[in-house]
Design a protein around this ligand. Structure first.
Ligand code: ATP
Length: 235
């Protein structure tokens, strides 16, 4: 089974998140994408506006009816109140999988560009393959520039293109190497075009901007937001 962990604040989950998950499913031989709301994001200064339970409930509503998208609670708030680090989440997830399962980490390019600041980033980058969604025209050199020093990057041969072995599109496969000899792949999907962020949506609901377009949020998510009076006070 090929599984991608897609972590995020999902505050709220929107069409950009779903577009990224579906693009990954379309381009890579994935069986499932696990959308895992994070309890406490280490790098977000203000952290989430809605509570974890509300964000998890909204993810469940956003993905309802899509059997390849699944809510995961693996990144629920920690009992010790500490932030959730992806390196720990991946280890915990791997313990629930069988040795034959192949694990990927899925994220947008904006998140990946901060990777050097993530806890044990070199170890993280050699712990699993990565799938990164970017906008058309994304400057590839930014990926190399974002890597921690211990990681070097090259373009993978088609023979190294991962479980599918072939690429039917304009995605690019990079090979990430660590001094230890461990190599992983980074699949860059450079044609993601949903220009939306949760920050804008929260501001719009809080009265700071236009009302969010119906297409940006799943109707059930918008209903949930209204029913629970979320995001009434802008960030
Ligand atoms: P905020 O505006 O509150 O920072 P966000 O909309 O960026 O939130 P997150 O939950 O922080 O959403 O993002 C989770 C993941 O989804 C990240 O890897 C991010 O890069 C990706 N992502 C967010 N918005 C989009 C989008 N419009 N298109 C593609 N990926 C996105």
């Amino acid at each position: 089974m090929n599984i991608a962990l897609f972590g995020g604040t999902f505050d709220p989950p929107h069409c950009g998140h779903l577009a990224l998950a579906r693009l990954a499913l379309a381009r890579l031989p994935l069986d499932r994408v696990l959308l895992a709301p994070v309890g406490l994001q280490p790098l977000k200064r203000d952290n989430a506006s809605a509570g974890f339970d509300d964000r998890a409930a909204m993810v469940r509503l956003a993905i309802a009816g899509d059997p390849q998208l699944e809510l995961s609670l693996i990144d629920a708030p920690r009992l010790d109140g500490q932030p959730n680090y992806t390196i720990d989440t991946l280890s915990a997830l791997r313990r629930t999988l069988s040795p034959q399962d192949h694990l990927y980490c899925l994220m947008g390019a904006d998140s990946f560009l901060t990777i050097a600041k993530w806890r044990r980033s070199a170890e993280l980058l050699s712990a699993c393959d990565f799938i990164v969604g970017a906008r058309p025209g994304f400057d590839l050199s930014r990926i190399a520039a974002a890597l921690p020093e211990a990681i070097s990057v090259g373009v993978a041969d088609s023979g190294e293109a991962g479980p599918s072995g072939n690429r039917r599109d304009n995605s690019l496969v990079l090979s990430l190497s660590r001094g230890t000899g461990r190599r992983t792949h980074l699949y860059l999907l450079p044609d993601l075009a949903e220009d939306v962020s949760a920050t804008e949506i929260r501001a719009a609901i809080g009265g700071d901007g236009d009302h969010p377009r119906q297409t940006v949020l799943a109707p059930a998510v918008l209903d949930y937001i209204h029913a629970h009076s979320l995001y009434q006070n802008p960030d």
